[in-house]
Design a binder for this molecule. Sequence first.
Ligand code: NHR
Ligand code: GAR
Length: 219
Amino acid sequence: MTERRRVVALISGRGSNLQAVIEGVRSGAAPAELVLVVSNNPAAAGLAHAAAAGIATAVMDHREYPDRESYDRALTDRIDAAAPDLVILAGFMRILGPVFVDHYEGRLMNIHPSLLPAYPGLETHARVLAAGETEHGCSVHFVTRDVDSGPIIIQARVPVHTNDTPDSLAARVLEQEHRIYPIAVRWFCEGRLSLRNGQVLLDGRARDPQELRADGVIA
Ligand code: NHR
Ligand code: GAR
């Protein structure tokens, strides 16, 4: 039995990706233990899911700090008190500064609702529709200083339908997010996934771009 890795999650809202990871851990699929959920938004619904699952929660409201750096420092202190092996961003809506990102290098992941490197940033679904794309998806990546540009761990694709709205498209993508984030967390917690010299290694091998985008579960 692998020892369980300690995971801290950062959220800002609904927390459905957090819920998917909680379920992945609860089902025994990932040798992990969610030790803390932190939200920058006191009203985040995800805080209640976490509490219901018996996970410690904390609110750290960025509006109570004079600048980004002091917020990042306070957040780092709070997270480090939980001694995490892995920190996951799950719908976390604040950009993190270099001090934070460097501190957690190789153990900080994000899920982003696009096929990165396409469509970094916010409102991805509306932009994908406006551009007339036929394909969209989601990506889990290691977080680096440059927002939404870190090395990609796994992606999933979905078709774009002609009658899609941003909401209908978001729902199709979200289903895939819930599938791939628990996989990435499991790989990391099994000790199979790492970041080496800016490259993602799974089982000691660099991830092949075709493999990254496989629709089938690569487990
Ligand atoms: N921080 C770093 N350094 N690198 C990344 O890759 C990060 C990150 C912080 C968050 C998530 C990301 C996404 O998946 C993420 C990746 C928020 C913004 C943003 O512009 C951009 C990207 C992401 C999250 N936030 C505004 C800000 O000023 C606030 C927007 C709001 O509060 O609604 O921080 O999309
Ligand atoms: C998800 O679609 C996630 O990919 C996206 O926000 C949603 C959060 O949903 N993340 C970002 O856009 C980060 N900027 P959730 O709170 O239900 O997991």
